[in-house]
Write a protein that binds this ligand. Structure first.
Ligand code: C5P
Length: 231
């Protein structure tokens, strides 16, 4: 089960990063490095995880014109990251360019796309972003675009996984943030599910940050989640 959980190392504090790294490194299989940590600490953090045989999801959510994203993906693929992502909202040509750049150096790496941020709910999508329709339909639409661009999967909430897999196939990877064990703080996430709900939805990977990193003992919180999702 540990391979299903990706711990989000979202911190800009070196001491906290070192503490989390040392507390969790012997137990976790995957780490997620997002903008906060990557822009603060640079490429060295990736090397630290790789040395411990921990897989790295570099969550930079690339979104720009196709040629810029292709070049960025090519550079990032040289770091040996296992999963890299883009925003599906960049369109099919951008996603194809991203995959082209990434796969040149990383034949086993996975390139996935964010469909709709899990901090976006129905009201925000319709009234702020001016995108009509239901969030789940928008996610399915973006997932279909992602697959047509030849990417390996998507980032979505656990609530959308069943329909996406039914439409695009079981091997189309679904990575789900917005995970909150019962009783934990929702924070800025809007479309949230428990770890068990996400696993039973068929999600391939659960991205979990604050419920682990802000816990008094991150290691205990991580192991408790693992225990909870034992099927
Ligand atoms: O702390 P929390 O568990 O909410 O962390 C979720 C992580 O997943 C964050 O690093 C966030 O950037 C990321 N993420 C997300 N929603 C997406 C894509 C990525 O929450 N659609």
């Amino acid at each position: 089960m540990k391979d299903h959980i990706i711990v989000a190392f979202d911190t800009q504090d070196k001491k906290q990063f070192d503490f989390l790294f040392n507390d969790l490194k012997n137990d976790i299989g995957h780490a997620k490095i997002g903008m906060e940590a990557f822009y603060t600490f640079g490429i060295d953090v990736i090397e630290r995880f790789k040395k411990e045989n921990i897989k790295v999801f570099l969550d930079l959510k690339l979104h720009d014109i196709p040629s810029t994203v292709e070049k960025a993906s090519r550079t990032l693929s040289k770091l040996g990251v296992d999963i890299l992502n883009v925003h599906a909202a960049g369109g099919v040509d951008m996603m194809k360019a991203a995959a082209l750049g990434f796969k040149e150096n990383q034949t086993n790496g996975k390139m996935i796309a964010v469909t709709q941020l899990t901090s976006t709910n129905q009201d925000i999508m319709n009234n702020e972003l001016n995108i009509p329709g239901l969030v789940e339909h928008q996610v399915e639409h973006m997932a279909t675009l992602t697959k047509s661009a030849g990417l390996d999967g998507i980032v979505s909430s656990a609530g959308e996984v069943k329909k996406v897999k039914a439409r695009l196939g079981l091997d189309f990877i679904c990575v789900t943030p917005g995970i909150r064990p019962k009783g934990s703080d929702q924070g800025d996430q809007k479309r949230i599910y428990t770890p068990m709900e996400a696993i039973t939805s068929g999600a391939d990977y659960l991205v979990i940050g604050r419920p682990i990193t802000q816990a008094p003992s991150p290691k205990e919180a991580y192991l408790k989640i693992l225990e909870d999702i034992k099927l």
